[in-house]
Ligand binder design. Sequence first.
Ligand SMILES: Cc1ncc(COP(=O)(O)O)c(C=O)c1O
Length: 442
Amino acid sequence: MEANRQTDWVARSLRSVWHPCTQMQHHESTPLIPVSHGRGAWLYDHQGNRYLDAISSWWVNLFGHANPRINAALREQLDMLEHAMLAGFTHEPVIQLSERLSDLTSNTLGHAFYASDGASAVEIALKMSFHAWRNGGKADKQEFLCLKGSYHGETIGALAVTDVALFKDAYGPLLRAAQTVMSPDARQAEEGETAQDVARRAAADVERAFQQAEGRIAAIIIEPLVQCATGFAMHDPLYLQLVRALCDRYQVHMILDEIAVGCGRTGTFFACEQAGIWPDFLCLSKGISGGYLPLSIVLSREEIYQAFYSEDVTRGFLHSHSYTGNPLACRAALATLDIFAEDHVLEANRARAARITAALAPLAQHERTAHFRQRGMIWAFDAIDAAPGFSRRFFANATRQELLLRPIGSTVYLMPPYILNDEEIGILAQRTLAVFEQSLAG
Ligand SMILES: Cc1ncc(COP(=O)(O)O)c(C=O)c1O
């Protein structure tokens, strides 16, 4: 009976749901997993099989599925206000959230603009940057700079500053060209070079691009500390300091896309705190709602806000989404921030991360592992000489071992929620090792 329901859900889903980032034909050989419910770090299917959500469901979940505190906050909010449009109206959750995020940036980024998905936040930051320059009499600043291997989302504007051929090439004719500069990926260190040396080389490339563009660049967009979607390339915080200084010198906005790396993922609440700098625009999404509801935010500085403040309506930022500032999503975010404060999450994560790193030692030292790396609650390593199809094979083998893990190419990464106990850490480490060894050969 249960088994039937499981297969029914699969068949019905394949008939009617067009799944994201998927060649649907692959589901002829790779089974789809219908999730019945989630508890803590685990997802359960209709047959009672469980899967340790070691990638936090595309990096959104921070404090587990069906978190009692976020659930309670949402139930309370549901009885107050589910949604109200944010133009001409405002409400407590969106005000409180904006104030608290501003506080977290020492009030440097005191203006919060809301959307739903990460890509929308990127679109907003790009548009705001261009429009702020235009309002300031610099309408010829129209170009954007992004990093090699960057990923900022799939909408047309975000894709234009994304450097992933697989996602981008088909849409090339639709996209506005952006310039790509060297990634500060520390794996590129040459003999005798440190991660900081690579950061310096990459920053020099930014300066070259700024000089060549002769004032036409509006903004550079960067995923600070970790370029997640293209294989977890990590870099030294020095890079962000150097680029911040260049942006000031050459009058270019700095957009930091903290959609994946914000909310404590790299060890500090915002990744850029590790460089001791603030951008002009900071994009936040994914974990900010605890992984509950689509919510994205662009935080910006006073000077940016002032560039739009005018009697003239066309100098305003006339961008909107229907669900902008949705009260339920904001309330989930407030509950998430409460957990950070009440449970001293950043501190607790330092101890948890040390335990996870220790448990992963056999993988770090494995003869088929290269570039084992970690920052905060992110671990990644590259498989040496993995046979083609490694990523799909790994995913399938992992599900059989109760793990949800999806390598990117030959890079295996772990990005678990911030709640794993010692037993779960043991399961994660031992089974990831077993799945890794099983999946190397074709
Ligand atoms: C750094 C970064 N920017 C933007 C996005 C796009 O966010 P969304 O998928 O919510 O549109 C992602 C998604 O993975 C991301 O990792």
